[in-house]
Write a protein that binds this ligand. Structure first.
Ligand code: HEC
Length: 155
């Protein structure tokens, strides 16, 4: 007798818990729905996709020239790109703007002269300075495998 009672009691507790939970479930969902809506409104209002967060128009113009002339086919940014020319990620801090501008304006035996206007050359350098300010990266040529992949040094 005692045995069945205990089982019955256990079931009762489970049943109470279940009904309590189910009753509250709709409340929980209502609260979650309201929170979701508030969250959506907050994101919509505070979204940071406004133009003020974009780089300056000079940098964007340089970026466009970078793409139009396909500089990336020979140069890498953060290790990605072609390997005929050097990685330019941190070239501005390492070599300075005037030095780089000479390459951009006149080319060399291995780098074509794109006959960029003075302003376009400045814009490309501004773009490179902007890239430079975003982080440090230099993949040494000897770390690059024949496939174009490279291994990062272990710390
Ligand atoms: C056909 C491949 C090629 C293309 C395309 C190319 N470059 Fe180069 N670039 C090179 C090579 C090779 C060098 C190394 C120059 C040398 O030693 O003769 C170089 C050097 C440079 C340098 C000097 C880097 C340093 O650390 O000394 C800058 C800056 C540069 N290029 C910018 C650009 C820009 C900007 C573009 C696009 C407008 C571009 N390059 C397109 C091949 C290229």
């Amino acid at each position: 007798m005692l045995h069945t009672d205990a089982r019955h009691g256990g079931f009762l507790i489970f049943y109470r818990f279940l009904t309590f939970f189910l009753q509250d479930l709709s409340k929980i969902f209502t609260i979650l729905t309201i929170l979701f809506m508030l969250f959506s409104i907050a994101i919509y209002k505070n979204g940071n996709l406004e133009p003020k967060h974009l780089p300056s128009s000079k940098i964007m113009a340089g970026w466009k020239t970078w793409q139009d002339k396909n500089c990336q086919s020979c140069h890498q940014l953060f290790g990605l790109g072609g390997y005929l020319g050097p990685d330019l990620t941190n070239s501005v801090t390492e070599k300075g703007k005037p030095y780089l501008k000479v390459f951009v304006q006149y080319g060399t035996a291995r780098m074509p002269n794109f006959k960029l206007k003075e302003q376009e050359a400045d814009e490309v350098i501004e773009f490179l300075a902007w890239v430079d300010s975003s982080g440090k990266s230099r993949v040494p040529a000897e770390a690059v495998e024949w496939t174009g992949n490279y291994k990062l040094q272990e710390r």
